[in-house]
Design a protein around this ligand. Structure first.
Ligand code: FEO
Length: 177
């Protein structure tokens, strides 16, 4: 059974992951509003991953005999001054999430909760990729600067990210449903 301290921290992390889901959808809406649909698509795929992250913690708490208590989500930022600023924010957000996964890992060790280690090890690995992908795109957008041709090229590239099959955030999937 999961202890109270780790259960509370995992409930907080469910909120953090759901806020990530929400933040990336807000960024998708921003990218659609400036006709960069490839970047919007990338953000939708990212949002899908965040829902999976939230559900991994959700199920872990339940499977360990704990209780999930969903919390209020923060008010969102809805506008960015440029695509580079949005991806830089995404990168900073992933760094924040990495810090939270590190905190959870410390709590699990202090509480001698070895059962949660495989889950937390998965997240530690995942955060390397999460930071690397958002950081790389932010760097590329900063290199692109005001070059609109390069911006459109990058937008086309980001449009090729694939949704997991059946994602409810994939317009192709939900229009077929
Ligand atoms: Fe769930 Fe992007 O970290």
């Amino acid at each position: 059974m999961i202890g109270d301290r780790l259960m509370k921290a995992m409930n907080d992390q469910i909120r953090n992951e759901l806020e990530s889901f929400y933040i990336y959808h807000s960024m998708a809406a921003y990218f659609h509003s400036i006709s960069l649909d490839g970047m919007a698509h990338w953000m939708r795929c990212q949002a899908h991953e965040e829902m999976i992250h939230a559900m991994k913690f959700f199920d872990h708490v339940i499977d360990r005999g704990g209780k999930v208590i969903l919390q209020d989500l923060k008010q969102l930022k809805t506008e960015w001054s440029s695509p580079a600023e949005a991806f830089r924010d995404a990168y900073k957000h992933e760094q924040f999430i990495t810090g939270k996964i590190n905190e959870l890992s410390s709590i699990a060790r202090e509480e001698k909760d070895y059962t949660s280690e495989p889950l937390l090890a998965w997240f530690l690995e995942e955060q390397i990729e999460e930071e690397a992908s958002a950081g790389k795109i932010a760097d590329e957008l900063e290199m692109v600067g005001s070059d609109k041709s390069a911006l459109l090229l990058l937008d086309r590239e980001l449009a090729t990210r694939t949704f997991p099959p059946g994602s409810p955030f994939d317009p192709v999937a939900y229009k077929a449903a």
